[in-house]
Design a protein around this ligand. Structure first.
Ligand SMILES: [Zn+2]
Length: 350
């Protein structure tokens, strides 16, 4: 049985503990104890990820969530069924919902064996804990419980980072006529990149290109020799990192520059079919509780790691995605309860 007061109490406890990237220990220990109470076998790997398994059948389904939040703790406020706190939406509501589902299913015959992956470092610059876990797990399907307002997200755009260095010639700023200002050249390069047409996909939407970092100059009286900037490039279905790089080269032809893909910063775009058997089973479980809505995620989530490891993954969780990382994160406990009930329904033997 799903218990609303228990979900609320647990979520309140999770939110009261700060867990910024690198400080997930306390939250992890709490969740570990709760999952063990539900009869699960738990393990913490060398990176600090918590893995919990409940073996019932050979078909395994991963339930994924990240333990960390972005910085900016602002306490926990309770207003009726609403809890407001950093991480309420992204994504402790998802964690609390998964734990409650595991409690409700303890000891039952199941259609799929749940494998919980609660990972560290998802919000940090380095690769999330999911990267390693996805690579060594042998599940048939994964649900990443990032906030989607309980819409079933079947895909997401990919992402790649491209670094560009535009070259000029250094000179004393009082004799700028003897140098070539790399900043001015970079301005030209950026203007060209902003005019690039972006590919469109009917479901995943438009690809994207955004200049997100820039640096140049060694002193206030020196004409800068180099200006480097970073391109955050969102890939729509069918695009590859190499194509995105070629497009940059094409746009910057004739300039003195270097452009390269940043190693390790690539996630592949994907889109699952509604007819996929696990998607269908989850969609049916959702339909039994609420109106089924499909969608795609605008952000890059850990679903891409599972997808790349050959495990079809969807994004499905409680909370409004547009509140993630804001100072207005708030979650309705009823939505978390609904999320738990849907998971139970999906995993339970029918
Ligand atoms: Zn998140």
């Amino acid at each position: 049985m799903i218990s609303k007061p228990r979900v609320k109490r647990r979520l309140h406890e999770l939110l009261a503990l700060r867990s910024e990237s690198g400080s997930e220990g306390e939250v992890r220990e709490l969740l570990k104890a709760w999952l063990e109470e539900a009869g699960m076998e738990t393990k913490v790997d060398e990176q600090g990820n918590l893995i919990a398994t409940m073996k019932r059948t050979h078909k395994r389904v991963v339930l994924n969530g990240h333990l960390d939040t972005v910085p900016g703790y602002y306490g926990v406020a309770e207003e009726g069924d609403m809890l407001c706190a950093r991480g309420a939406v992204d994504m402790k509501a998802g964690l609390a919902g998964i734990v409650e589902a595991m409690h409700a299913l303890a000891g039952e015959e199941l259609r799929y064996s749940p494998e919980v992956h609660f990972v560290v470092g998802e919000e940090a610059a380095q690769a999330s804990g999911s990267a390693a876990l996805a690579g060594r797990c042998r599940a048939s399907f994964a649900i990443v419980a990032e906030p989607t307002s309980l819409a079933l997200h079947l895909g997401q755009r990919g992402r790649v980072t491209i670094s560009v260095a535009v070259k000029g010639r250094a000179a004393h700023a009082s004799r700028a006529d003897l140098g070539v200002n790399a900043i001015y050249r970079a301005m030209d390069a950026i203007e060209r990149l902003r005019l690039l047409p972006m590919a469109e996909h009917p479901q995943l939407g438009s690809a994207g290109l955004e200049i997100t970092e820039i640096s140049a100059g060694i002193a206030s009286n020196v004409v800068p020799e180099v200006c480097t900037f970073t391109i955050d490039r969102r890939l729509t279905l069918g695009e590859t990192p190499e194509q995105a790089l070629r497009q940059v080269h094409h746009a910057l032809a004739g300039l003195d520059y270097e452009a390269k893909l940043v190693n390790g910063e690539y996630s592949k775009p994907f889109l699952l079919e509604r007819e996929h058997p696990f998607v269908k089973a989850l969609a049916e479980a959702i339909s039994r509780h609420r109106e089924l809505r499909y969608g795609v995620s605008m952000a890059t989530t850990d679903a891409s790691y599972y997808h790349s490891a050959g495990i079809p993954a969807v994004i499905f969780g409680p909370g409004k995605p547009e509140l993630a990382h804001t100072k207005e994160e708030r979650i309705d406990i009823n939505e978390v309860v609904e999320f738990s009930s849907i998971l139970v329904d999906f995993l339970r033997q029918r």
